[in-house]
Design a protein around this ligand. Structure first.
Ligand code: ATP
Length: 235
């Protein structure tokens, strides 16, 4: 079996004296889509900040492609192929769609390649390429945020609450594109509360409650055993 793209081993983390991650284990195999689900406050966002180098774990390890990156800085992680689309849409509202995309070409990727990738996954962005990003719908801004992430040619893409504040139809559309992105070989970790939609495109699911991963498995399995926790009346 190949080395997993991401392996989180017994990670603990705290805010001040309050421990919020209490020994998290999580694996994302190469090329897989993994949904990280669970109720509010379970620790999903905290784990994301640790994986992406924005917060330090108090103990435990994070391996990216087999390399221990526990103390790596965010820019080092970007260099080895980690890219996060944070919660909320990270676009420049007063720049057009195309200007937002062209900004990504600084990283040694030619602007035409960035634009081609974005427009092939999201034809709607091409239609709206001259529109100011801040005037687009929430779903369209999320497409743009994902396109900017794809421009870095990531090995592991972390999508934090892709569905936040969006209507179910647009969430379905975004997840259909997540599946297309995964089909190109990018490994993806989706942090989600919209459990059903995320599970439809995932190879595996993990459920976080109270600072621990309490269940992992194939989507059908996790849905069957944890539906009360991960659906919570919604999704
Ligand atoms: N900056 C912070 N300072 C203190 N406590 C925090 C901070 N951020 C999160 N917490 C606490 O850590 C715990 C885990 O929160 P976290 O945001 O990681 O969970 P989550 O599963 O992502 O929830 P949500 O889906 O609501 O974002 C919660 O009890 C939260 O109140």
């Amino acid at each position: 079996m190949s080395v997993p793209i991401l392996e989180v081993v017994d990670v603990h983390a705290a805010y001040g004296r309050i421990e919020v991650l209490r020994g998290v284990d999580l694996t994302v195999p190469q090329g897989a889509v993994v949904a990280l689900l669970g109720p509010n406050g379970g620790g999903k966002s905290t784990l994301t900040t640790i994986i992406s180098g924005q917060k330090k774990a108090t103990s435990g390890d994070v391996h990216l492609g087999g390399v221990n990156v526990r103390d790596a800085r965010p820019e080092d992680l970007a260099r080895v192929g980690l890219c996060t689309v944070p919660e909320g849409r990270s676009v420049f509202p007063n720049l057009t769609v195309e200007e937002n995309l062209r900004l990504m070409s600084y990283a040694g990727v030619a602007a035409p390649a960035v634009l081609d990738t974005a427009y092939s996954f999201f034809p709607r962005l091409h239609e709206r390429r001259h529109q100011l990003a801040g005037t687009m719908s929430g779903g369209e801004q999320q497409m743009l945020a994902m396109s900017r992430a794809l421009a870095s040619d990531p090995a592991l893409l972390i999508l934090d609450e892709l569905s936040m504040g969006l209507a179910p139809l647009i969430v379905d559309e975004l997840y259909a594109t997540v599946a297309q992105i995964a089909a190109t070989g990018v490994s993806i970790l989706c942090i989600e509360q919209f459990a059903r939609t995320a599970l439809r495109v995932s190879d595996y699911a993990a459920v976080m409650v109270g600072g621990r991963v309490v269940a992992t498995g194939e989507p059908g399995e996790v849905l069957a055993t944890m539906s009360d926790v991960i659906l919570g009346g919604a999704a």
